[in-house]
Design a protein around this ligand. Structure first.
Ligand SMILES: Cc1cc2nc3c(=O)[nH]c(=O)nc-3n(C[C@H](O)[C@H](O)[C@H](O)COP(=O)(O)O)c2cc1C
Length: 191
């Protein structure tokens, strides 16, 4: 069922979108729990699924990763990135163009590491860095004895533009917004 309806005003759309995203970050089975992150290596784009962990009060989006991954290398050189969500039940696509802040070994990573230690810390503590060629799959599962947070990173993605497409039998609705002085300004556009 569509969530953005023909009688919704343009200025109501960002709050509808962010309230859906907040649900996505907090519910394991929500279609917005995973998101496609696109980064650029020189001019070549790479996309991959990541888990959407949290929406901050500033409406920035947090994801966790290992600081040795390609996405981090890309973002350190060029922080321009993209986040693509789709809710198949609602027919709602959301795309953000973003700039990113990488957190490592700071208050934020220390805070969230507490929720990871003992559950999925092996995702951030492999002996060989992610993407290293290995002779067998077991080499890829070897972790440091000390499962510490030295490679644990949080990418904070700060939206600059937002584009939404609501598919609907009554007529698709598409709108594009830019974040200007912390407010979303935009327009409906042809779907
Ligand atoms: C559903 C799903 C969720 C994933 N979540 C994450 C994640 O939260 N963080 C992460 O670094 N990789 C995650 N991955 C793995 C990435 O898609 C990717 O394979 C890995 O991070 C290496 O990417 P890179 O070499 O381009 O940096 C996830 C993969 C899938 C299929």
């Amino acid at each position: 069922m569509p969530i953005i309806l023909p009688n919704n005003k343009l200025e109501e759309i960002p709050s509808i979108v962010f309230s859906e995203l907040r649900k996505g970050a907090s519910r394991k089975k929500h279609p917005f729990k995973n998101v496609v992150l696109t980064t650029l290596s020189k001019e070549i784009p790479t996309s991959r699924w990541v888990v959407f962990r949290k929406l901050t009060l500033e409406q920035n989006l947090l994801i966790y990763t290992d600081s040795r991954t390609e996405k981090i290398k890309d973002l350190r050189k060029n922080s321009n990135s993209g986040l693509l969500f789709y809710n198949n039940k609602q027919g709602l696509q959301i795309y953000f163009s973003t700039v990113s802040i990488i957190h490592q070994n700071n208050e934020l990573t220390k805070k969230y590491w507490q929720g990871i230690a003992g559950t999925s810390s092996e995702n951030y503590t492999t002996i060989y860095p992610p993407s290293t060629p290995i002779k067998n799959i077991y080499e890829g599962q070897k972790t440091d004895k000390d499962l510490n947070d030295k490679h644990f990173s949080i990418i904070e993605l700060c939206p600059i533009n937002m584009s939404i497409l609501q598919l609907s039998r009554d007529g698709h609705i598409r709108a594009s917004f830019s974040k200007i002085n912390n407010e979303w300004e935009g327009s409906f556009i042809v779907p």
